[in-house]
Design a protein around this ligand. Structure first.
Ligand code: FES
Ligand code: FES
Length: 161
């Protein structure tokens, strides 16, 4: 059985025929070919699949695609500006070498953007706590914390300038 879904992802409208039980992660990856969101555990434990719905971070492996209907989904592919300018968090991850294999990175970045927006990036401890749902098997944590901190500072300066 399939159902027709109307999804808005990265500002684009899509109509997708999918199984009603399909997760948002599977629809993003398999139907829309947006493979930046990764499937690590598929059980809500690693954060590799993190995307935003209406600006809030969600685990797309635990979210039915149907739950995203009528809402605005953002994936890592939609984070940079239209002219290709990287989001401050993406730039900071590059600057601080905040990844090794890169498998967790899109989830880390999506979580970091939300973490900063939530106001939970005021100290290393706070960043570690609010990013704790995003695991990194390579142990890139120290540089991830540095990148999030720098991006938070950069973004707060943008707001006040
Ligand atoms: S793949 Fe979703 S939390 Fe691991
Ligand atoms: S960079 Fe390899 S899992 Fe995080």
């Amino acid at each position: 059985m399939t159902q027709s879904l109307q999804l808005t992802v990265n500002g684009q409208h899509y109509e997708v025929a999918s199984d009603p039980r399909a997760t948002l992660l599977d629809v993003l990856r398999e139907h829309l070919l947006l493979t930046g969101s990764k499937k690590g555990c598929d059980q809500g434990q690693c954060g590799a699949c993190t995307v935003h719905i209406d600006g809030e971070r969600v685990l797309s492996c635990l979210t039915l695609a149907a739950q995203a209907e009528g809402r605005s989904v953002t994936t890592i592919e939609g984070l940079a500006a239209a002219d290709g300018t990287l989001h401050a968090v993406q730039a900071a991850f590059l600057e601080h070498d905040a990844f090794q294999c890169g498998y967790c990175t899109s989830g880390q970045i999506m979580s970091a953007v939300a973490c900063i927006k939530e106001g939970h990036a005021r100290s290393d401890d706070e960043i570690r706590e609010y990013m704790s749902g995003n695991l990194c098997r390579c142990g890139a944590y120290p540089n991830i914390v540095k990148a999030v901190k720098e991006a938070a500072t950069h973004l707060s300066q943008e707001v006040t300038s």
